[in-house]
Design a protein around this ligand. Structure first.
Ligand SMILES: O=C(O)CCC(=O)C(=O)O
Length: 286
């Protein structure tokens, strides 16, 4: 598959935030006030009164009514807010997430799945903590600039080329403590992770996919010894079955992909060569 990027048009209306998103792969902006956070959390916990151990995401539960109810609430809440900070973007659906206290629930360094043809478009995760996050409760960490490193193809059964590099990646990550209601918008190619929650309290939040409205959705799945690119859609993303063979999607093309783990030498080169961003960027409300 040709992965040459032509141009990626701006997503964020705020020029400084857009610069941070493009250079570093992420931006943090204020989005919800305290009262709105409390109200949203109350309404979400009507759907999910108790969280299981470890990391929870409503998008993976078998209960279709719950998945749809949470999604509808999140779309109604966030679509108008995101329209004020993004230009021509489609919000793809949302999930209620939680990292429960305890030894489970750490997410190792990873990139999110490709959901667009990344040679043509960028795609993003919108992550909103509903409590303040910090080192002790498993705040997200990011590796600034890593979205520019290499073209990669990611999907449910595609081995991650960074799978043998977790310790080196972890030690290069930048912790992003956030206020409840702030939004982290990051490029799906950005390496990120989060540690266990070592407090006594849950760490609830909200996560949503976002793409430029002109981007077609794609999905990638290993088929034999090649990768198949499928035409995707929002129903599939919200189906709770994205880890399975995507039989409901239309295959578009097959291509070779080398998923050999990145060597330590190559990783060291990337870590040394990466730009040294100074992103302490957090926009203030106009
Ligand atoms: O909520 C977290 O701790 C991390 C979420 C994450 O890594 C993801 O949504 O890809």
């Amino acid at each position: 598959m040709a992965m040459r990027v032509t141009s990626h048009r701006p997503l964020l209306l705020d020029a400084n935030a857009e610069r941070a998103l493009t250079a570093d792969g992420y931006a943090v902006l204020p989005l919800l006030g305290t009262a709105d956070v409390v109200q949203l959390l109350d309404r979400l916990t009507e759907w999910v009164p108790d969280f299981p151990e470890g990391f929870y995401a409503s998008v993976h539960v078998p209960d279709e009514r719950l998945r749809a109810g949470v999604n509808a609430l999140l779309m109604a809440t966030f679509r108008p807010l995101l329209n004020k900070i993004c230009r021509d973007a489609s919000l793809l659906g949302g999930a209620f997430i939680n990292k429960a206290p305890g030894p489970r629930g750490a997410l190792p360094p990873h990139q999110d799945w490709n959901i667009v043809d990344e040679a043509r478009h960028r795609s993003f995760n919108v992550w909103v903590p509903l409590v303040d996050t910090h080192a002790a409760n498993g705040a997200i960490s990011v590796l600034p600039g890593s979205h520019h490193w290499l073209p990669t193809v990611r999907g449910p059964n595609i081995p991650c080329i960074f799978r043998q590099s977790h310790p080196q990646l972890r030690s290069a990550m930048k912790l992003l403590p956030m206020r409840a209601g702030d939004v982290l918008i990051y490029d799906h190619r950005l390496l990120h992770c989060s540690d266990v929650n070592r407090t006594q309290a849950d760490r609830p939040g909200v996560v949503m996919g976002l793409v430029p409205s002109e981007a077609d959705l794609k999905h990638y799945y290993v088929d034999g010894d090649r990768i198949c690119q499928y035409q995707s859609n929002v129903e599939f993303l919200l189906s709770g079955r994205t880890h399975e063979r995507p039989d409901s999607l239309r295959p578009e093309s097959l291509f070779d992909y080398d998923s050999t783990p990145l060597s330590d030498e190559r990783l060291a080169e990337l870590l040394i060569a990466r730009s040294h961003p100074t992103n302490s960027f957090r926009a203030e409300l106009p």
